[in-house]
Design a protein around this ligand. Structure first.
Ligand code: BTN
Length: 263
């Protein structure tokens, strides 16, 4: 069903589904068929919502936001890794309006309140001849989900705006703010480059200057989080004061030890 929210470019073409497999899958299909930039897919529920690393994204009906937007930036494939960072910054800024001063970013683009995730981003891109053909940015926000909506296994690591703020939030108003803010940050990324996004990300990052463990494919790397590279990599200072760039993995903020490297 095509609807309109009265937003600008993002959400101007809105495809709404009461239930869908995954808004990312649908956005990719629409983009392959030529959907214009800003086309948004929105669902009330997903039957197989996807997270990073093929994890599932809990997507019950009636409570949350599940949306994916089609982007067609005219840039090299290397710019693709900046898109989810930009989307994290935009989403965190909107959620900060609901829980002021409490919303942080966890590398690469988890939006968290305290230690718990409230919003996740899954960005996928189609690259042709080293150029971005299109990208889709999928955003899941736990809005009015109660604790009972989360499986017991993730209750320690997931939260919602309702749980954190104590009140119901209008999904409609939040969605409009999300589309408007994403459009603002996307246009800024295209016009001014990555620097403003990086600056805002660093301001909102929960982990800068703190000891971090990155787990990836059964291996883990520890170090002090120092910065964010142009390619969205996390810059870590590891043992021996060496700087390394980490491009993938799950980050955990560790407690300070006597010596951050534990020796
Ligand atoms: C993550 O944190 O692992 C990313 C989660 C992304 C979830 C959203 S919900 C809307 C869109 N459709 C999907 O299947 N996934 C994204």
């Amino acid at each position: 069903m095509q609807e309109t929210l009265g937003t600008g470019l993002f959400g101007g073409h809105l495809h709404f589904y009461p239930e869908i497999v995954s808004t990312n899958d649908e956005a990719i299909a629409l983009a392959m068929a030529g959907a214009p930039e800003g086309t948004a897919v929105l669902a009330d529920a997903q039957t197989a919502g996807r997270g990073r690393w093929r994890r599932s994204w809990i997507s019950p009906p009636g409570v949350n936001i599940y949306t994916t937007i089609v982007l067609r930036p005219e840039c090299e494939s290397s710019g693709a890794s900046q898109i989810p960072i930009m989307a994290g910054v935009a989403a965190a800024e909107v959620l900060d309006g609901v829980c002021p001063g409490r919303v942080k970013l966890k590398w690469p683009n988890d939006v968290i309140i305290g230690p718990k995730k409230v919003c996740g981003i899954l960005s996928q891109a189609k690259i042709t001849s080293k150029k971005i053909d299109f990208a889709v940015v999928g955003i899941g926000i736990n809005v009015n989900a109660g604790v009972h909506h989360f499986p017991k296994t993730i209750r320690e690591s997931a939260t919602s705006l309702l749980i954190e703020s104590g009140g119901e939030i209008s999904r409609h108003d939040l969605l409009i703010s999300l589309y408007e803010n994403l459009e603002k940050w996307y246009k800024q990324l295209l016009q001014k480059g990555f620097e403003p996004v990086r600056k805002k990300w660093l301001e909102s990052a929960a982990m800068m200057g703190r000891p971090i463990r990155i787990a990836f494919k059964g291996e883990s790397t520890e170090g002090i989080a120092k910065g964010l590279g142009d390619d969205g990599c996390l810059i870590l200072v590891v043992e021996g004061n060496e700087e390394i760039k980490v491009s993938a993995g799950d980050a955990t903020i560790m407690r300070w030890k006597e010596n951050a490297f534990g020796d």
